[in-house]
Write a protein of this length. Structure first.
Length: 424
């Protein structure tokens, strides 16, 4: 190899006696070592390879001194030539990673470490097959991607479930309003007005004397006054119920509109006020809180806005708020209460959801974030697991605390002010 361009094909111009001498120095250790070992002279020419080296590259002894570089993957060859040239000019412990390509196209990955030889001129190197390691790492990365995707889908399912539950509760109110309106119309005394009109028409030209002399006619003014008052009351009640109906329909539209806006922002990072994000999570659960008589307490400190994937953050918060509501429902206590607290923390901002519900047994504290773990009859165990994954993905954390059954629970979500930098 020349200093300007040292090819990886290392000619075996060293004397056979040099190889034999090195083998005698290396002794049985190198010959029996499970890793590939080689020696190169100061010019970079290979003078010795051990049996493991020759097995690794399926080379005969004489080929191992000449043809090793032919197996290096074409895409890695130039890089390796330059790296080897730099090493021979300035010898220092170095590590290379590269691929080889067999005659049948099989790709394998290797890690090579080279140091200056001790007691012998030149360099000593070892080569380790890391194909299994690289394959495992790739599989782990793919598994992690699947887990992240699954947690995202699970989180979206949690939000969708909350939206549907909330819409369902509002629809119940809509149905009640519609039923009341139907009953009020069916029971309306407007038919009495029709009978009065028919009676008056029957009198024809005698209408004046009918009203002044006939007992039925004399009662008509009072009856009409009462009927007018009743119809006015019915009208007012109907308008009130219609206003409630319209309000509930608008509430449904708002919930759906909010969900659609977040769905469009899936994966999009933007700067938001954390209080607005918390309020959105509460709106998606508002009807359920009102129906179950759960009091909401807000303790929001002034904190800086955060830059975050709004959809992911909302998924976590919706699930925490919903779980707190369920915990209060299950407690059967009369003073059900959920407190949401926003404050600064060393990481950035902290959102704490505290309930005075059923609490968490000590034996469950280590399992509540595990996939599939749930204590609810109809639960699926995705919510907290996906929430913990999402929090880590956002560069934050999700933690839980409880003093035990009947003592409520505290869930703390911490998020950075800016998203973490993606790994290279």
């Amino acid at each position: 190899m020349g200093a300007e361009s040292i090819p990886l094909q290392r000619p075996a111009d060293a004397a056979a006696s040099a190889s034999a001498a090195l083998a005698s120095v290396a002794g049985p250790l190198a010959e029996s070592a499970p890793v590939a070992i080689y020696h190169a002279d100061a010019a970079g020419n290979i003078t010795y390879t051990n049996p493991a080296y020759r097995r690794t590259f399926a080379l005969a002894p004489e080929q191992s001194l000449n043809d090793w570089a032919q197996g290096v993957h074409p895409a890695d060859r130039a890089r390796m030539e330059q790296a080897w040239a730099d090493f021979t000019l300035q010898p220092r412990p170095v590590r290379f990673e590269y691929r080889t390509q067999g005659a049948d196209g099989t790709i394998r990955f290797f890690a090579e470490q080279v140091v200056a030889a001790v007691g012998v001129a030149g360099f000593v190197g070892t080569i380790t097959d890391i194909t299994d390691l690289i394959t495992t790492q790739a599989a782990l990365q793919q598994t992690h991607k699947h887990l992240v995707d699954a947690s995202r889908q699970a989180g979206m399912t949690e939000v969708a479930t909350s939206v549907l539950h909330n819409v369902g509760n509002v629809l119940n109110s809509v149905n009640v309003s519609a039923a009341l309106l139907c009953d009020r119309i069916n029971q309306s005394r407007v038919t009495g007005l029709g009978r009065v009109a028919a009676l008056l028409q029957e009198q024809g030209e005698e209408l004046g004397s009918f009203i002044t002399t006939d007992e039925r006619g004399k009662r008509l003014p009072g009856y009409l006054a009462q009927l007018a008052a009743q119809l006015t009351a019915d009208r007012d009640a109907t308008l009130t119920e219609l206003a409630s109906l319209m309000q509930n329909v608008e509430h449904i539209k708002e919930i759906v509109r909010m969900q659609q806006s977040y769905a469009k922002l899936c994966g999009v990072t933007e700067t938001v006020a954390i209080a607005d994000l918390v309020e959105d999570s509460l709106r998606m659960n508002s009807v359920a809180f009102a129906c179950q008589g759960v009091a909401l307490v807000r303790e929001f400190a002034d904190v800086p806005p955060i830059t975050v994937d709004k959809n992911r953050a909302l998924q976590i918060l919706v699930n925490l708020v919903k779980n707190a509501k369920h915990a209060c429902d299950d407690s059967q206590r009369s003073d059900k209460r959920v407190t949401l607290r926003i404050s600064r923390c060393p990481l950035g901002v902290s959102i704490v959801v505290t309930d005075n519900g059923v609490g968490i047994p000590a034996q469950n504290m280590t399992r509540i974030f595990s996939h599939g773990f749930t204590t609810r009859k109809n639960g699926h165990g995705f919510g907290l697991h996906s929430g913990a994954l999402a929090a880590r993905e956002l560069g934050g954390s999700l933690a839980a605390a409880s003093d035990g059954p009947g003592c409520g629970a505290v869930f703390t979500l911490q998020l950075p002010l800016t998203p973490p930098k993606a790994s290279p």
